[in-house]
Design a protein around this ligand. Structure first.
Ligand SMILES: [Zn+2]
Length: 239
């Protein structure tokens, strides 16, 4: 290890983004968190990416979805630390899981490029990076795919996506746009940090298809999970 890396390890030790515990420099999460954050590959719908499938209501514009982590507990903590520019380990961790799932499930097929869901310039400057780009870049490196950030863009929106109800989310996603670049026949891996309703991915995939994309797979580091079932009330209890 170089002395500068040594010094960095002493001053700012590598921490698990799930629980905050100090971990080895080469680790991304502590072992317990690494297991807890995972969303089983069979636990979500491979078409919409949701734990509780939405396909019957409305099939999204993307064709397939792949997800790595649960947006709950330690998984949510890790994603939030990435959004606050505190710890980006989860981007590399989730990219590894996503790459593995894409490689070993033939249903996904091959891709021509990877694209992150864009972020508005001013927000990216404030944060220092677009977290979707971090995930997309690592995923591209692992799968040997070019990263395309020149196609989609985002206008400044009035709202933060995660604070909105479903109607406002729909309104908000209209701030995404696409440049006049033909994508005829392309198979695109579209990448974002969290898949909530899927509205953002849906909008971006629809734009890509407008420009000729043949197939879009939505890859999300994490997906929201339904809250645990409340214990069932026993009928006829004392009032
Ligand atoms: Zn941990």
């Amino acid at each position: 290890m170089k002395w500068t890396d040594c010094l960095r390890e002493i001053l700012w030790p590598n921490r698990c983004p799930g629980c905050g515990k100090v971990i080895l420099p080469q680790e991304l999460l502590c072992e317990p968190c690494g297991e807890k954050v995972l969303l089983g590959h069979d636990a979500y719908c491979h078409a919409c990416g949701k734990v509780s499938c939405l396909c019957e209501k409305r099939h999204p514009a993307y064709d397939k979805a792949v997800v790595s982590c649960r947006y709950a507990d330690e998984g949510a903590a890790a994603i939030i630390r990435m959004k606050r520019s505190e710890n980006t380990n989860i981007a590399y961790f989730s990219a590894r899981i996503l790459a593995e799932r894409l490689r070993f499930s033939p249903e996904y097929g091959s891709f021509d490029c990877v694209m992150p869901v864009p972020m508005h310039r001013s927000k990216q400057q404030q944060r220092g990076y677009n977290q979707a780009s971090l995930i997309a870049a690592e995923l591209g490196r692992l799968l040997g795919l070019p990263l395309r950030e020149d196609v989609l863009y985002k206008e400044k929106s009035r709202y933060e996506q995660h604070n909105l109800n479903a109607g406002q989310r729909y309104e908000n996603v209209r701030s995404f746009g696409i440049r006049d670049i033909r994508l005829d026949g392309m198979r695109i891996l579209l990448c974002d940090d969290v898949l909530t309703t899927g509205a953002t991915m849906d909008r971006c995939a629809a734009l890509l298809k407008q420009n000729g994309a043949a197939f879009v797979t939505a890859a999300a580091a994490a997906a929201t999970v339904p809250p645990p079932q409340a214990p069932t009330q026993t009928q006829g209890g004392t009032p």
